[in-house]
Ligand binder design. Structure first.
Ligand SMILES: [Zn+2]
Length: 102
């Protein structure tokens, strides 16, 4: 089991800088930036059907808490300029407890 992969599509999660630092303890989050991710694709369809909104969300993991939550995006390229160069390895994450334990 790999903590750093999207559970929906298996792509490696990408570290992104948070657009706003409100209420998050982590300096960055990990997100699935795969445009073909089923979670992401489904979110667009769902939001449009339900609310007529052209938006979606990506799978996002808070490395500090190990908790996943949806990351709202307003376009397929949204937040792509927030991708961090940093190499986030499992070693680097391990001190901040990425938990998949249930
Ligand atoms: Zn994914």
């Amino acid at each position: 089991m790999d903590d750093l992969q999207c559970p929906h599509c298996g792509m490696a999660l990408t570290p992104i800088e948070l657009p706003e630092v409100t209420g998050w303890s982590s300096p960055f989050h990990l997100a699935c930036m795969n445009d073909d991710c089923p979670y992401y694709r489904e979110s667009w369809r769902w939001l449009e059907q339900r609310f007529g909104v052209k938006a979606g969300y990506r799978y996002r993991l808070d490395p500090e808490t190990g908790k996943a939550s949806p990351l709202p995006v307003w376009s397929p390229t949204a937040l792509k300029d927030h991708i961090l160069d940093a190499e986030v390895t499992r070693q680097r994450l391990s001190p901040v407890r990425v938990s998949t334990a249930s």
